[in-house]
Write a protein that binds this ligand. Structure first.
Ligand code: GTQ
Ligand code: FE2
Length: 347
């Protein structure tokens, strides 16, 4: 992104100096940088390959004790964002690893968080006392200001993808987290997705879980995958097979700032191209394929994570087997601010 020009070289230097002294600047030198004629982003399309990243994540687990890290996370930094802890200008993504027997302490914070389990069995996240099992492909949310900690009762490292709106919240100077406190044993053995919210279109008259305003905090991959497969079986070729994760009591996005979707690509299928003003981070749950993001062609396979910056044309293509992609976005935040727009390519 172009730097702002704050001095008008055609004016007397004394005038520009006087403006500086008064904490003033001309708008006319900067107007078209502040309000460009084309949408622009410094973020670039990029893939983090699981093959390359996995050994470094596991190495972090050997090198860094949980007591030191509190959250043992390698952050996915967009190469276009100058080293910021950001995958796009608004979103944060990281890969977190926890070892058997470890406990990541409890805290809460203003940013919203979601987790998509990448590998391993037996870990769980406790969200406001509710125990959420973490199995590969599961989505778990920890909405703003909900206490959460992570534990592990299994026998191998567990890795998941964290998605947070930290850059967005920081932009408002609204980032805050409580002090850590030791993880407590969860108050439940299950979460509502296992007993109360097991079928779409049905919600319990009365929930036995704490009333937090976020009735569903976990979406098991087994449920999502079965729904995708069924939808794919009846969706005409050429139409995208995508399910949105929603609050089943309202149909709204699961959190105020971030949305999530699951995409099914049939063998050889190419999705219609679209561009949106939201940022989107994709994670490959199954299969292999290639996505066009703007001018980039990104090849991917299971475990890879890739980013589509705002207003980039996005189209996916699966190889010979079906593929499943998870994605999260800042779409609800953009919609709330009146900034959301999308376009489909005319074919
Ligand atoms: O697991 O609570 O990647 O608070 C960044 C901030 C994970 C977490 C992150 C967090 C967490
Ligand atoms: Fe957190």
């Amino acid at each position: 992104m172009d730097a702002l020009v704050t001095r008008d070289a055609s004016l007397p230097a004394a005038y520009s100096d006087a403006l500086d002294t008064l904490a003033l600047a001309p708008l006319w030198t900067a107007l078209h940088t502040l309000l460009p004629n084309e949408r622009t982003t410094p973020a670039v399309p990029h893939v983090w390959r699981w093959r390359d990243v996995r050994p470094r994540v596991l190495e972090a687990a050997r090198l860094v004790p949980m007591e030191q890290a509190e959250r043992r996370v390698l952050v996915l930094r967009n190469p276009g964002l100058g080293g910021a802890y950001a995958i796009t200008s608004s979103l944060f993504a990281g890969l977190q690893v926890i070892l058997p027997g470890e406990a990541a302490p409890s805290h809460h914070h203003t940013p919203a968080a979601l987790r998509l389990i990448v590998e391993g069995h037996g870990a769980y996240t406790t969200v406001e006392g509710v125990k959420c099992a973490m199995e590969p492909g599961d989505l778990i949310i920890t909405p703003p200001m909900r206490w959460h900690d992570h534990g592990h009762e299994g026998s191998e490292p567990v890795v998941w993808l964290d998605g947070l709106d930290i850059p967005l919240v920081r932009h408002f100077d609204a980032a805050w987290a409580s002090k850590m406190r030791p993880a407590q044993p969860p108050a439940t053995a299950t979460d509502p997705s296992q007993d109360e919210l097991t079928a779409s279109g049905l919600v319990p008259r009365q929930s036995r879980y704490p009333r937090t305003g976020f009735p569903q905090v976990r979406w098991p991959w087994t449920t999502v995958r079965a729904a995708l497969e069924r939808l794919a079986a009846t969706t005409p070729a050429g139409q995208a097979v995508t399910l949105r994760y929603v609050d089943p009591t309202t149909g709204a996005a699961p959190m105020p700032t971030m949305g999530a979707e699951a995409h099914w690509l049939r063998p050889g299928e190419r999705t219609p191209a679209a561009r949106r003003t939201s940022s989107e981070i994709f994670h490959v749950i199954e299969g292999r394929g290639r996505s066009r993001v703007g001018d980039s062609a990104l090849d991917w396979e299971k475990g890879d994570t890739f980013v589509a910056p705002p207003w980039h044309w996005i189209a996916h293509e699966a190889h010979e087997a079906p593929a499943a992609l998870f994605s999260f976005t800042d779409e609800p935040a953009l919609r709330a601010l009146g900034l959301y727009q999308e376009e489909a390519a005319s074919s």
